[in-house]
Design a protein around this ligand. Sequence first.
Ligand code: DHA
Length: 124
Amino acid sequence: MKKVICSQKAPGAIGPYSQAIEANGMVFVSGQLPIDAATGVMAEGAEAQARQSLENVKHILEEAGLGMANIVKTTVFLADMSLFADMNKVYATYFEGDFPARSAVAVKALPKDALVEIECIAVR
Ligand SMILES: C=C(N)C(=O)O
């Protein structure tokens, strides 16, 4: 059994995917671009982009009745590994206690020329 999770507080999908899918008590949040759902504007700079991507993740999890503490794994996509430190500075502020497992990778390009995109898996 799977359920689509959709938050108006996070940007809509820009392609054929759902913001998140819940299955068997696990919530799979699609890669969140750093776009403000209210304005449609992408944040500028790696720190602001990391913050906006994480805010979008948070809003989607809240729609599912979950929070950042429910996250067990994230993947951080960066347009360049030189952004790693800036992203980490912001990322660390979104978690209390033990951090989730994480992979951080630099990719050739991200949709809409974003610098940062973050996806996660959370458990209920
Ligand atoms: C932005 C995305 N998560 C995508 O295109 O898959």
